[in-house]
Write a protein that binds this ligand. Structure first.
Ligand SMILES: Nc1ncnc2c1ncn2[C@@H]1O[C@H](COP(=O)(O)OP(=O)(O)OP(=O)(O)O)[C@@H](O)[C@H]1O
Ligand SMILES: [Mg+2]
Length: 253
């Protein structure tokens, strides 16, 4: 079996347009949902990028729930809820799965990571024969590590390969150097038959070569090369000629 076939746990996501209850309310009113056709995922890495508020997290969450994750995030086994605020998009999304099932998985949501950390502590406070869950995360309570450290230790220790990893802005906690380390770890995990779907604003993180980048905008979802993306060209402009950009920004004479 080709590596690509082995790792395509999720192949496509398609909106069941004729079944949606209303086009005028969240999440169906969002242009990216409204104009959603069939989205094909790369067997290795797929990026969802675009401006704030375009609907990346909304779509990512619906994909993750359809893939069997808890809306709050965590592994496939995590089954807890602190509040139930997810959109109903997943009911109207048909997600086509591949031949093989992932052996590992994680849905990382930036805003609920704290809840996952708390849940691990609660699990470890209960008697168990299986060893402590926290040992899978590097052994130190995720609450006692910095945001970046705890995320990175989860990424290094908890992600074991042959996995489906869905992540929402994982760069939020990471320094540029750690973002590069993350790319290196993604590369290792890809070679251990893993598939990633990542929403990100980071031009560093979106640079994995074997990937598809989908840019979300008011005009729907479009496939882009890294150099064609708004994020990349803005960053490039900034670093190439910061003075000029700042000049325009501050309306200086
Ligand atoms: N529970 C909700 N009810 C109503 N509207 C919502 C809800 N959650 C998000 N929205 C709106 O839907 C839009 C898309 O939100 P979403 O979080 O998916 O954007 P995003 O692309 O992930 O943005 P960002 O880059 O800032 O994370 C936003 O305008 C947001 O205000
Ligand atoms: Mg988001």
């Amino acid at each position: 079996m080709q590596l690509s076939e082995a790792t395509q746990y999720i192949k496509t996501a398609q909106l069941l347009r004729d079944q949606i209850p209303s086009k005028s309310r969240y999440p169906f009113h969002l242009p990216v949902v409204n104009m959603l056709e069939k989205l094909s995922f790369h067997p290795q890495v797929t990026y969802l990028i675009g401006e704030n508020g375009m609907g990346k997290s909304t779509l990512l969450e619906a994909i993750a729930i359809s893939a069997g994750f808890n809306p709050e995030g965590g592994t496939f086994n995590f089954n807890f809820s602190t509040h139930d605020s997810h959109s109903e998009l997943e009911k109207y999304l048909r997600v086509a799965k591949g031949v093989l099932r992932p052996k590992d998985g994680f849905f990382l949501r930036a805003e609920t990571y704290y809840n996952v950390a708390t849940h691990i502590e609660e699990l470890d406070n209960e008697p168990s024969f299986d060893g402590k869950v926290i040992d899978q995360f590097g052994g130190v309570s995720l609450h006692e590590q910095s945001h970046g450290e705890s995320f990175f230790s989860a990424f290094l220790h908890r992600f074991r390969g042959r996995g489906l990893y869905i992540m929402d802005e994982p760069e939020a906690a990471l320094s540029p150097l750690r973002q590069l380390s993350m790319l290196a770890r993604i590369h290792e995990l890809v070679h251990e038959e893993s598939q990633f779907i990542i929403a990100t604003h980071s031009p560093i993180l979106m640079a994995y070569p074997n990937s598809i980048i989908y840019e979300f905008s008011q005009n729907g979802i479009h496939k882009r090369e890294l150099e064609e993306t708004n994020h990349y060209s803005l960053m490039k402009q900034f670093f190439d000629d910061r003075e000029r950009l700042l000049h325009h920004l501050f309306h200086l004479d």
